[in-house]
Design a protein around this ligand. Sequence first.
Ligand SMILES: [Zn+2]
Length: 405
Amino acid sequence: MRICPWLAVIVVVAIPLRGHAYEVKKSSTGAALHWEEAPELVLALAPDERTAATAAIATWNVGLAGTALALSSIDAGRDAVVTDGGDATNTVRWGDREDDPDLERGVLGLTFLSYATSTGEIRDADIVLNARNFAWTVDPSECTNEYDLQSALTHELGHLLGLAHSLGHHEAVMFATSDACETTKRTLAGDDRAGLDALYRTETTTTTDDGGCAAGGSPGIAMLLVALAGRRRRRAIVAGVVAVALGLVHPPGADAARLRHLAIAELAADAAVVVHGTVIATIARRDGGALVTDTLLAVERCAGERARCRDGLVVVRSRGGELGDEGLYVDAEARLALGAEIVVFLRADPRGRLRVLGGVQGQFDIVRRDGAVHAVRDLRGHDVLAHEAWDHGEREVVPASALGL
Ligand SMILES: [Zn+2]
């Protein structure tokens, strides 16, 4: 069937618009993640970095003025030993060691949010900035290819407060794009304040002055609208048609990682094993103090260290998950849904457990249609850094045979 591209445009613009672009993170019960008690952040940073962090904190506190919430911080020093995930101490730290378990290749920063599944109340949050794979600066006036710490922390603090990416509002701190040397994310836009209002202001009054930035009803649609307005219009239309034709349009999520795009060849070179299989079970459990999820794959094909696919089963460990009323949300982690047919590029962590390489980037969903087998990498909603074709995150659709299995 031949699909007219303009038909896709008509379908997109016919969807009702709403007055904001921000998204909030939610638990599996649908509860918005939010703080009830004002969090204190422990900053494991050098003095000039701490200045950048306190400026970022002050920016959000202006937006929170008049609510019951305000962020505060204490100084722990650059060399403080802090841990991530569920220890009830909210930390901001650098990750620069090769063996750091909370760094992921190609991921600029990770925010961990521990919450109550039933109410969405956040109980612990930790931010890890990747200094192993990225260069940083506190003085963007001298910047050539570094990331501005104050901008990056302002953005990550938005995630810490419960916001996901804002996909239709270019000026927003939470807009899903970022480049080296960029400083626009130091200042809140109306859309960011509208997100704060939704989470923390019980009155119906709003502080926003430009919260009318319109976007569609889902990140996918919002991104298509953004792309239609820009120079990638033709590619966006084609991508939209391909997505519709493959039946890939589904409800919005709230994923929100900042990623350097990893090519398939790069994934293949670094993976210990590549597995094509079906998810037959997921089990949330505790590993030390932190929640993790183990996913059981029934293996169809296996490349690399084939001994790991013995018995036709592979267990993949992910950070985060939900167990009873406790949840842990980790941006950038792959989301392996029960029943899904997938190809995953896997690395072995220092304890020998298999993890998806590059987080969400190492996961491809297999879609069969009209006798062809497609592999789909879904990076919608993620910041994909400085990559000409991936500004706002997209779906990458390739023949499954391109994955080398
Ligand atoms: Zn983000």
